[in-house]
Design a protein around this ligand. Structure first.
Ligand SMILES: Nc1ncnc2c1ncn2[C@@H]1O[C@H](COP(=O)(O)OP(=O)(O)O)[C@@H](O)[C@H]1O
Ligand SMILES: [Mg+2]
Length: 710
């Protein structure tokens, strides 16, 4: 942004004005100098001429002058006296080059020459000055270059005039003095013409000097105006530059203050003071902004987790950053608990103290729902006396609230000076911002605890049920196998029903155990390099023993190269068995089940397809849920728990693979799952633990096959 810098700068403006005033002054001054100088020169030459003419007039005897009227009179004594006197005068004054006398003629205003000395300076050996006209005959009119007005003036009193000063060779001065009779009346005139060459050249010199002075003055005033305007505008320009810099955000800019103690310095100091204030307030602003950003960042980070301990650690550290102080604590009461039993702190050194319970009631009473700076006495009242064992005079406490009830507190501990200016307001904002997240995490913590006890209960119960079931199963097997016992057909049938039911119960218990392990996140997966080809081949070995496995053709289409994945072979077998047994269970008699192994760039995909009844689209997602079966009646018909696919999903997810189903009603279903290709060292698997087919078969034979798998 350009701050008002027009095409004409202040400096130029000032310079122009100074120069204009200076030139006017110079013109006036040099004009005065010139006219005065010339005036005094004129006066000087005029005085000379006037003195000469007056002297001449006094030398002439009036009566003598009257006697000369014709050329014959020039031979008389009177003429000679006049000529002698005037000639002496003329010789004494060499700059007189023409001297003559006049007398009024018959008519008024016409003059006739009486005596003309002309250029008779030859008598003294002085060469004739220029412009000598020679003697004028008596009675002839005065030369044209003597103005008539001057002659008229001369009749009254001595007068002089400077003529033609333009050229030194032409310049001259004329003086006339009256020749007075004893009565005082003028009877004639003396006219003296003197050269004024010296005056003309001095006048010319004076003109040159004046012009020179004018030019010098002009240059000096230009220089002075430049200096003064620069001196005046430099602080202003500095100021302008600084204002621009500040407007661009450079608040560290300052102007130079010269210490002249005038207004511009005062302006500069005021500006610098303003810039300092701005800078420090921006510093405070930046710091506040930074803390607000930090507050948001921590709030977001805290809200991103539901893990209460982790969240509380983040929040405690955040509280210290946002509010200042020496260290910070955060505590939250468990749902339905009336006291905070555990605190998280920014300093691990306080770990021992942080188990001190703080009754919510005390905290609520002292804080009254507000964020406050508590003194030591107030800390005691709020039940926070354990904080006294840590350094810090004050505790900035902000309540954490869930639906208007205090559920915990954020505390920053330190000396008053350690807290930021805006600590109370920021602490309050922070507490409000994270209250909901802390509340949710607290509930999540509770739900997790409930879930854990449920899983524990399930696994204990299942274990307890499994033992008697195994006893019943072996007893039934003994009853059937022992030849010593004989049964009627009905009795045999009943025992067979018992056997099937016990098998189903055992499978159900196993499935429930698996599901609870998956849900508790404790399903053990041992990653080892495994060939999918071998696992599928091994499954085919079981097929005839699975329900429905007898009447249905099962075909596996495998690539020639072994498809190596890093997986737990037992668990992947469990998945394959589940999918294949479902396919057989829901196939129509005479149908066909296929198992395809498809290679992809980074993974393998196994597809188990059947030509059975299919699954409606709305069930495709849900069949992977616990206890979900499409038709109750089908369950009764086919048996099963509705847990098989849920377990498959849990196992494949634990392998970081995907599992899904595609189906068309009445035409059959495809169940897909993927496993990442084996990469050397990618998993914690042991490359040397790769199983051979023989190992697999022997391990399989050691396991009792379950003919009624779902
Ligand atoms: N291949 C299939 N064809 C049709 N329906 C299927 C197929 N596989 C699974 N289902 C449906 O998904 C439900 C859940 O299967 P699963 O979890 O294995 O339980 P279960 O086999 O014990 O019923 C089955 O009850 C059935 O309704
Ligand atoms: Mg099943």
């Amino acid at each position: 942004m350009a701050l008002g810098r027009g095409p004409r700068t202040l400096k130029a403006e000032l310079q122009f004005r100074f120069l204009a005033v200076g030139s006017v002054f110079l013109v006036v001054a040099t004009a005065l100098l010139y006219t005065n100088g010339q005036g005094s020169l004129r006066r000087q030459v005029l005085t000379n001429a006037v003195t000469a003419s007056e002297t001449a007039a006094s030398l002439i005897a009036v009566e003598d002058h009257r006697l000369i009227r014709t050329a014959a009179d020039m031979n008389g004594q009177a003429f000679r006296t006049i000529v002698t006197n005037l000639g002496a005068l003329r010789r004494a004054n060499p700059s007189v080059y023409h001297l003559f006398t006049l007398a009024p003629g018959a008519k008024l205003g016409s003059w006739g020459v009486v005596v003309d000395l002309g250029s008779t300076g030859n008598e003294s050996g002085v060469p004739d000055p220029p412009l000598v006209r020679g003697r004028l005959p008596i009675g002839s009119p005065p030369p044209k270059d003597v103005p008539e007005s001057l002659l008229r003036q001369g009749m009254a009193q001595t007068s002089g005039r400077v003529l033609d000063l333009t050229r030194p060779d032409l310049a001259r001065v004329v003086a006339v003095s009256p020749i007075r009779a004893t009565g005082g009346e003028a009877v004639g005139l003396v006219v003296v013409q003197m050269s004024a060459a010296a005056l003309a050249s001095e006048a010319r010199l004076l003109a040159y000097v004046c012009v020179g002075i004018f030019l010098l003055g002009l240059v000096a005033s230009a220089l002075a105006s430049t200096y003064v305007s620069r001196w005046l505008t430099r602080p202003i320009e500095d100021l302008l530059g600084a204002v621009e810099a500040i407007s661009k955000g450079d608040l560290a800019t300052r102007v130079r203050v010269d210490g002249h103690k005038h207004e511009l310095d005062a302006l500069g100091s005021a500006f610098n003071h303003m810039a300092e204030t701005l800078e420090s307030s921006r510093g405070r602003n930046d710091a506040q902004q930074g803390r607000l950003r930090e507050l948001n960042r921590i709030g977001t980070r805290a809200a991103a987790t539901l893990e209460l301990p982790l969240m509380l650690e983040t929040v405690a550290e955040g509280m210290r950053t946002v509010c200042g102080g020496q260290e910070a604590f955060v505590g939250v009461a468990a749902p339905r608990d009336q006291a905070i039993h555990h605190w998280a702190g920014s300093d691990p050194g306080a770990a021992d103290l942080m188990t001190t319970p703080v009754p919510l009631e005390n905290l609520t009473r002292v804080l009254a729902g507000e964020t406050r700076l508590l003194s030591r006495a107030e800390m005691d009242a709020a039940g926070l006396s354990w904080l006294r064992q840590r350094p810090g005079e004050y505790a900035l406490a902000a309540p954490l609230k869930a639906s208007d009830e205090t559920i915990g507190a954020l505390i920053a501990l330190g000396d008053r000076a350690q807290f930021h200016d805006d600590a109370v307001s920021l602490g309050s904002v922070f507490a409000t911002q994270i209250s909901a997240a802390v509340g949710n995490a607290r509930l999540f913590e509770q739900i997790k605890a409930l879930d854990r006890s449920k899983s524990e209960f399930l696994s204990i119960a299942s274990h307890e049920v499994r033992t008697p079931l195994t006893v019943i199963k072996s007893s039934l097997d003994v009853l059937v196998a022992n030849k010593a016992f004989t049964y009627t057909t009905d009795q045999r049938q009943l025992i067979a029903f018992c056997q099937q039911s016990v098998e189903r119960l055992i499978q159900l218990v196993k499935d429930i155990l698996d599901v609870s392990k998956i849900e508790a996140g404790v399903l053990q997966i041992q990653f080892i390099p495994t060939s999918l080809n071998e696992l599928v081949t091994k499954c085919l070995f079981w097929v005839p023993q699975l329900p429905g496995g007898q009447g249905i053709e099962v075909e596996a289409r495998l690539p020639s190269e072994p498809a190596m994945v890093s997986a737990d072979p037992g668990r992947i077998m469990q998945v394959l068995e589940n999918l294949i047994s479902n396919a057989l269970k829901f196939s129509k008699p005479g149908g066909k089940v296929t198992i395809d192994l498809v290679e992809h760039e980074a993974e393998y995909e196994i597809v188990v397809s059947d030509q059975g009844k299919g699954i409606a689209a709305e069930h495709l997602e849900r069949i992977f849920g616990k206890f979900y079966q499409v038709e109750e009646s089908a369950t009764r018909e086919q048996g099963g728990t509705g847990l098989g696919l849920a377990i498959c999903k849990g196992i494949i997810k634990a392998h970081r693979g995907r599992i899904w189903a595609e189906s068309e009603l009445g035409k059959g279903s495809h169940f897909h799952f993927t496993l990442a290709r084996y990469q050397d060292g990618a998993d914690a698997g042991r490359p040397d633990a790769q199983m051979s087919v023989a190992d697999l078969l022997s391990s399989l034979r050691s396991e009792t096959p379950s003919p009624t798998r779902s």
